[in-house]
Design a protein around this ligand. Structure first.
Ligand SMILES: CCCCCCCCCC/C=C\CCCCCC(=O)SCCNC(=O)CCNC(=O)[C@H](O)C(C)(C)COP(=O)(O)OP(=O)(O)OC[C@H]1O[C@@H](n2cnc3c(N)ncnc32)[C@H](O)[C@@H]1OP(=O)(O)O
Ligand SMILES: Cc1cc2nc3c(=O)[nH]c(=O)nc-3n(C[C@H](O)[C@H](O)[C@H](O)COP(=O)(O)OP(=O)(O)OC[C@H]3O[C@@H](n4cnc5c(N)ncnc54)[C@H](O)[C@@H]3O)c2cc1C
Length: 654
């Protein structure tokens, strides 16, 4: 590729990076079009340009130098400033455009309206009836009110059936009475609930005539709309600092005999009539729709976090020179080491694979939503299984990739100047929120076991589990030769996933036959079942990557994606870092592959990952701006350490 086609080349950049960019075999803009989709890629460029022109939207100082209060204030300031410009910059109905704008301006550490957009509005869209939508949804979209999703409690997050918050129907007054009867029933964790929100969708166990009817969603006003003071019968606050996400005020909530009108229960699906008659929803788990919505969006979000970490470490690896391969020559860029390439490149391949899987899970969510609106509940189970598996596998592997990227930066990777600590903290939170990963794997496990049962009954499952009905064509991986082409890899992958799923199913059957209860037998098999779920999901990611690459029209882009696909399939299959062959092929394109993610410096917030590669001078500037450097001698030093040392000296002279 002639160098002028590489959109990332600029005057004045560090020559080490320019040298890398000149080697690119493809146009980074065209690969960005594949990674994001051409519309979003174009819009991200336009959004970045619009932000450049509005100084009030820029960081006032690097986020790691801020206290928690300053971070919370900075996020609130930016949300307010954005509210004046947002409709000029993005199409608000486009989730991914809006999310890109938020990430570029506010960053990944959280903000006062995260949950408002991620769950409050989707829960209203999915669970409120038309009249309720007119009352709350329109106001929420206009941002007259800010809401969150309050489900998790101090004592229960995973096991929703045991939520202790109660909503008891009072027929006389046609009201629900909401209560947090115990310490463990306090709502705990909901994002932005501590200080920012004035409304919440509270998930509580519905009770009518002493009958427990399971978790349902209720609209609760938390704070006065004018004064923002906490409403009566409510106690609310922030849960304190967390491993990351410290710009967000995750909160606690106690409800004490709080009365709300009957119509504050979201009634699109389940209904409670005035006389207390209860109407079941058409599908028992429709109340969980907001969670499925976030899970389907988390995959692209985690692909992006992985991309942040890898573009920082790949660029930095081309700046950092350390040691020799040939002692007679200069010190080499650390990217030249095979171990460094093996550490980074499989994760670059995964970032692409995850982004493509994420686009697919969002597409599937939209299809399910439309089919549900037409009264069809058939796609719910498939989507739940797919998003449970993807959410768990991708958050976990992205976390591993981010940590490898941090280690690849050596000591400087541990400084917050690299921003790796925050990216990691935010990434691994995804292993926990929206369903603890090992629990979500089990949800997919249930689906796989059902598919095995249907195969054993002679039926042919369709869709993502169709491969379970294919007779095992191969018996071992030994005859899987990488050069046979990708279809062969996929068949080998299917074989391994199928074998593990049947092994888990047979084991479950064996325990059930031995007289154990269904639950006990299940618990005895969960390690095997989760392995099956993991393999099934990794197979889905690989197949989707394969099919996606076949669609690429630009030959140079297709070729580099095929290199990544080849590496991905081998890495996933053999579970070793990679073959030298793939590493050699990817090496010249390494920087351009990460440039294709088109992450701006503003979005990165990383000194090490700077696009221009001027790392060292900026690390020094960063260090000088530390609060601790504002005084030559720290007041705390004068107070404690200096007297200690003076005293010690005095003692030794005696
Ligand atoms: C602008 C928009 C952008 C979008 C967002 C972008 C990304 C987000 C970035 C934001 C950043 C930070 C935000 C952080 C947000 C975090 C918010 C939260 O964490 S909210 C709280 C989330 N909580 C959970 O996820 C709880 C996990 N627990 C559960 O989901 C369930 O309790 C359970 C599934 C584990 C068990 O449920 P239970 O009712 O006990 O069901 P069973 O196991 O018995 O299964 C019975 C049956 O139901 C099926 N099932 C379960 N769930 C679903 C579902 N959701 N949909 C469809 N079907 C479901 C299950 O498979 C079983 O089916 P069978 O056929 O019987 O096998
Ligand atoms: C950053 C962040 C933001 C959050 N935001 C929100 C929010 O906005 N709203 C909200 O309502 N909640 C929120 N949460 C809460 C989150 O959804 C829960 O923490 C999550 O669902 C996990 O539940 P838990 O904490 O009860 O974990 P636990 O269930 O207590 O998990 C502990 C361990 O037990 C294991 N375990 C539990 N059950 C089983 C089982 N059945 N089988 C096998 N193993 C099991 C798990 O695998 C895990 O290893 C947030 C959490 C975080 C970290």
């Amino acid at each position: 590729m002639s160098a002028h086609l590489n959109a990332a080349l600029r005057e004045g950049d560090n020559p080490e990076l320019t040298e890398e960019r000149r080697k690119a075999t493809f146009d980074t803009r065209k690969l960005a079009d594949e990674f994001f989709g051409s519309h979003l890629a174009r819009r991200r460029r336009e959004i970045a340009k619009a932000i450049d022109a509005i100084p009030e939207l820029h960081d006032t100082k690097p986020l790691p130098f801020m206290t928690r209060e300053e971070k919370v204030e900075e996020a609130a300031r930016k949300v307010f400033t954005l509210s004046k410009h947002i409709t000029d910059i993005v199409d608000l109905s486009n989730n991914r455009e809006t999310q890109s704008l938020n990430e570029m301006v506010i960053g990944i550490e959280g903000m006062p309206i995260s949950l408002h957009f991620a769950m409050f509005i989707p829960a209203l869209q999915g669970q409120a009836d038309d009249e309720q939508k007119r009352e709350w949804l329109d106001r929420a979209i206009r941002m007259e009110i800010i809401g969150t999703y309050a489900q998790t409690e101090l004592g229960h997050g995973t096991n929703l059936r045991m939520l202790e918050t109660t909503a008891t129907y009072d027929k006389q007054n046609k009201e629900f009475i909401l209560n947090s009867p115990t310490l463990t029933s306090l709502k705990w964790w909901p994002g932005n609930m501590g200080k920012s929100c004035n409304y919440a969708i509270v998930v509580a166990n519905l009770i009518i005539d002493d009958k427990l009817l399971g978790p349902h969603s209720f609209m609760v006003q938390l704070r006065d709309e004018n004064s923002h003071e906490t409403m009566p019968n409510i106690q609310i606050g922030d849960i304190g600092p967390k491993m990351a996400y410290n710009s967000s005020d995750n909160g606690f909530l106690k409800l004490s005999n709080l009365r709300i009108p009957r119509r504050n229960m979201l009634m699109k699906h389940a209904k409670v009539q005035e006389d207390g008659t209860y109407k079941k929803p058409p599908h028992e788990k429709l109340a969980y729709s907001a969670m499925v919505h976030v899970r389907s969006h988390m995959i692209t979000q985690h692909a992006m976090l992985l991309a942040y970490a890898l573009s920082i470490s790949t660029r930095y690896s081309c700046i950092r020179r350390q040691g020799y391969i040939d002692p007679k020559k200069d010190e080499v860029k650390v990217i030249e080491y095979q171990t460094q390439q093996h550490r980074l490149f499989p994760h670059i391949a995964r970032a692409y694979a995850f982004a493509f899987a994420g686009t697919e899970s969002i597409r599937k969510f939209e299809i399910m939503k439309r089919s549900l609106e037409a009264g069809n509940i058939e796609l719910i189970a498939d989507l739940h299984a797919l998003t449970s598996g993807l959410k768990a596998v991708v958050t976990y592997l992205a976390g591993q990739g981010i940590e490898q990227a941090r280690q690849a930066c050596g000591g400087h990777g541990y400084s917050m100047a690299s921003y790796m600590g925050e990216i990691y903290g935010v990434g691994i939170a995804g292993c926990t929120y929206e369903g603890e990963n090992l629990v979500m794997m089990q949800q997919l496990g249930r689906y796989l076991i059902k598919a095995v049962k249907s195969v054993k009954e002679g039926k042919k499952p369709t869709g993502y589990v169709a491969y379970l009905a294919h007779a095992g064509q191969r018996h071992s991986l030994i005859d899987c030769r990488p050069n046979e082409g990708y279809a062969e890899h996929i068949r080998a992958f299917e074989h391994i996933a199928r074998r593990q799923t049947f092994r888990a199913a047979e084991r479950l059957q064996k325990y059930e036959n031995s007289g154990l209860s269904t639950e006990q037998a299940w618990n005895n098999c969960t390690v095997e079942l989760n392995r099956a779920s993991r393999l099934h999901t990794r197979l889905f990611i690989a197949c989707n990557f394969y099919e996606r690459v076949l669609d690429v029209e630009d030959m140079a882009v297709r070729e580099v994606l095929e290199d990544l696909l080849h590496l991905h399939l081998n890495y996933e299959l053999i579970d070793i870092a990679s073959y030298a062959l793939e590493a050699k092929k990817i090496r010249p394109n390494a920087v351009s592959l990460v440039d294709s993610w088109e992450i701006t410096d503003r979005e990165h917030r990383s000194v090490l990952g700077r696009r221009d590669g001027h790392v060292y001078e900026n690390l020094f500037k960063w260090a000088k701006s530390s609060d601790l450097n504002q005084n030559d001698v720290l007041p705390s030093h004068k107070k404690h350490l200096l007297p200690m040392m003076l005293n010690a000296r005095k003692q030794s002279k005696l």
